[in-house]
Design a protein around this ligand. Structure first.
Ligand code: GRF
Length: 211
């Protein structure tokens, strides 16, 4: 049995994708990355996937003309590939409702702050760390959550804290938070694959977590 079938959606460098690839290859995650989809043709994550023999696809707005046509194409491919779990790993686009509704509690996102701080519309990439530094917070971190209709508002699966040092700038903070992301994203997918996550309202109950 090859386990859970995963689609990873990316827009950029794909270090979180790499963390997932590694965890699948060591069998820590009982599953297979069946497809990597990027909304950017030049995303380095596509190269990472190809290096590991994973099927890739570029889904740019321009190819389909209408947003609705692109969304329908995305849904069709996910269903055709029999995807169980969608992971948004640095995917800088809004996932359409038709996908969220077709995959309830089966879409995960990684966010580079401790939700509900520094999240929601407009909070992505360096902006998150810029605002965190501006506010002078002492602790930040990363969050993995299920995706619902509210941006960064779905049930939280895991969070990991990161200390902010006075010397930190956006770049160093981003690096420290990425390290935390690379720990908790594969762990969340592993728990999903082992059916250890149960969503109760807006909370997630986790069975026997071993970090
Ligand atoms: C990460 O910080 C993730 O939290 C955010 O975008 C970044 C993607 O990094 N949504 P990578 O492409 O996985 O290296």
């Amino acid at each position: 049995m090859s386990g859970v079938r995963i689609a990873v959606l990316i827009s950029g460098g794909g270090t979180n994708l790499q963390a997932l690839i590694d965890a699948v290859e060591t069998r820590d995650i009982k599953g297979k990355i069946a497809l990597v989809i990027s909304n950017k043709r030049d995303a380095y994550g596509l190269v990472r996937a190809e290096k590991h023999g994973i099927e890739t696809m570029v889904l740019e707005k321009e190819t389909y003309g209408f947003r609705e046509r692109r969304d329908a194409a995305l849904l069709e491919i996910l269903q055709e590939k029999k995807i169980d779990l969608i992971v948004l790993a640095g995917y800088l686009a809004i996932l359409p409702s038709i996908i969220i509704n077709a995959f309830p509690n089966r879409v995960m996102n990684i966010h580079p702050s401790l939700i509900p701080s520094f999240c929601g519309n407009g909070y992505y990439g360096e902006k998150v760390h810029e605002e965190a530094l501006k506010r002078g917070i002492k602790v930040t971190g990363a969050t993995v959550h299920f995706v619902n209709e509210v941006t960064d508002g779905g049930p939280i699966i895991l969070q990991e804290t990161v200390e902010v040092d006075f010397e930190d700038d956006v770049k160093s903070l981003q690096e420290k938070v990425l390290e935390a992301e690379h720990k908790i994203l594969p762990l969340a997918v592993k728990l999903f694959a082992e059916e250890k996550l149960e969503v109760v309202g807006n909370r997630v109950k986790i069975e026997e977590v071993k970090k």
